[in-house]
Design a binder for this molecule. Structure first.
Ligand code: ADP
Length: 477
């Protein structure tokens, strides 16, 4: 099948969150399964710079796009490369003033930037490359206009008619709400949805309404978003599409996340050579300036510091932990984000300097050593569409302590591969931490069994890619 991925983020070219990991991994596996997959993303400033410096083997093409916008046409160029480690082509829409900016998102005109990008991506495939996809797979609100355009204005053009669309929701919290004028911009004539206040358009709602099928990144999250509590005001629409809505767990890129070969570790290891793992714990303790002790568990968190991640529960629990209420422990944080949470962790470090460390930055170089060197990993999320942190920590033999929401509920088995709690409150979270600490301190043999079980879970893309393949096949008939 010919499958066109359209996304604002693709690892390693541009990444903010899990979206990049999905679009950087899934196409590689689909290609291994024999599909003709192509990926389109914007040429941000970092991509233009990489082209100049020769990084990622990005080359210029002679393709010129001429995209109909309002009453005129707007031109752009196209760069080309492949997803590293594969032959999957990646095309970059190069439109300097609009897309070639230092940041991926965060501009007042983001709705226009991504509308242009979405429309250009379709033109590139269907017209410039003369490659009509069997399915267009769009991700999150940024590329929702591909779905809406194909289902409305696109139906008038035979070249675009009847191309099925899959819309994947990676995070329902960001919907892309903008003014009605966007439809003039895209030359779309369409009626409003109930979810849209007068004069406004909701990109994500439109794509949910128009896509041939909709999915999200775990079965539990797919169910949660149809409820009033978890639906971010789109639950009614999602219930309306329920027969076309499914959940497919994200996989981990096992080429990237593999403790046996990860070059960022002090010592590589596998489930069969667990004793080697201790060298990473010692290296981590040295690296973050904590006493080098093998007898004390290291409990870590690596996360965007965003309310969604359960940070309101962290204050009380980390405090009790550092006071030693469940036995001695060290705490290691890697994260950046909202100032109040950064300050909270900085305070813990001031108060408990020989037990707590906080690296308030995004440090891809440090994360692997934390996963490999700590014993437990905290993820008390309020909601979590899929979550990669718990998958990586299990793969690296670090036991996750998670709230039973979204993908966390679908991937961590209580007292077997991790510790799970239900209610969103500090008491329930603390109880789970206590259970973990008790097991760690009183039953080291069972702890080792859990670690091995966690490491042996299969969260590679191979299974999930088959589920996507089935969806594409159903859609393409
Ligand atoms: P989200 O996509 O909502 O941020 P996920 O758990 O799906 O959450 O993915 C988070 C990914 O980002 C994980 O791979 C995690 O290791 C990584 N990460 C988060 N914060 C940092 C940080 N400060 N430094 C390095 N890696 C981080």
């Amino acid at each position: 099948m010919k499958i066109l991925f359209v996304s604002a983020e693709v690892y390693p070219f541009a990444k903010r969150g899990g979206l990049a990991d999905v679009v950087g991994s899934l196409p590689k596996i689909l290609a291994e399964y024999g599909h003709d997959v192509r990926v389109v993303m914007p040429a941000y400033r970092s991509v233009e710079d990489a082209y100049q410096s020769g990084k990622w083997s990005i080359t210029a093409t002679d393709v010129r796009l001429s995209v109909p916008i309002e009453n005129t046409t707007v031109e752009s160029g196209v760069f080309e490369s492949v997803i590293p480690g594969s032959e999957v082509p990646v095309y970059f829409i190069a439109k300097g003033d609009l897309l070639g900016r230092p940041e991926i998102y965060g501009y007042d005109d983001d709705a226009y930037r991504f509308s242009y990008f979405s429309r250009a991506a379709l033109q590139l495939a269907v017209e410039a490359l003369d490659w009509r996809p069997d399915v267009v797979h769009a991700h999150d609100w940024h590329t929702a206009p591909t779905v809406t355009w194909l289902a409305t204005a696109g139906t008038a053009d035979d070249r675009y008619k009847n191309i099925p669309t899959l819309f994947t929701i990676h995070n329902l919290a960001h919907q892309g709400k903008t003014d009605w004028h966007i439809f003039d911009y895209l030359q779309i004539y369409s009626h409003s949805l109930e979810e849209e206040p007068y004069g406004r358009v909701n990109f994500m709602a439109r794509a949910i309404y128009h896509a041939s099928k909709v999915n999200t990144v775990s079965p539990t999250y797919a169910q949660e978003i149809t409820t009033r509590q978890g639906g971010a005001d789109l639950d009614g629409l999602l219930r309306y599409r329920k027969s076309d809505l499914s959940g497919i767990l994200n996989g981990l890129d096992y080429d990237v996340w593999n403790a046996a070969i990860d070059g960022k570790l002090e010592q590589n290891y596998t489930a069969d050579t667990l004793h080697l793992r201790a060298a990473n714990k010692a290296a981590l303790q040295r690296m973050v300036g904590l006493p080098e002790r093998s007898d004390v568990p290291v409990i870590s968190m690596i996360s965007r510091l965003d309310w969604q991640k359960g940070l309101d529960l962290m204050g009380e629990v980390v405090h009790r932990l550092l006071e030693g209420q469940a036995g001695e422990a060290q705490f290691v944080l890697l994260g950046s984000g909202e100032a109040e949470y950064e300050e909270m962790f900085a305070q813990f470090v001031r108060r408990f300097p020989d037990k707590a460390s906080a690296t308030l930055a995004y440090r891809a170089d440090l994360a692997p050593l934390i996963y490999a060197g700590s014993d437990m990993f905290l993820m008390p999320s309020l909601f979590e569409p899929c979550g990669l942190g718990q998958l990586i920590s299990m793969r690296y033999g670090c036991i996750p302590i998670v709230r039973a929401t979204g993908g966390l509920a679908d991937t961590v088995w209580d007292a077997q591969t991790g510790f799970v709690f239900d209610g969103y409150d500090s008491g329930a979270f603390w109880h789970a931490v206590q259970r973990a600490m008790y097991t760690y301190n009183t039953d080291p043999d069972y702890w080792q069994t859990m670690v091995r079980q966690a490491m042996q879970q299969d969260f590679s893309w191979y299974r999930s890619a088959r589920d996507y393949e089935r969806l594409y096949q159903e859609m393409a008939g």
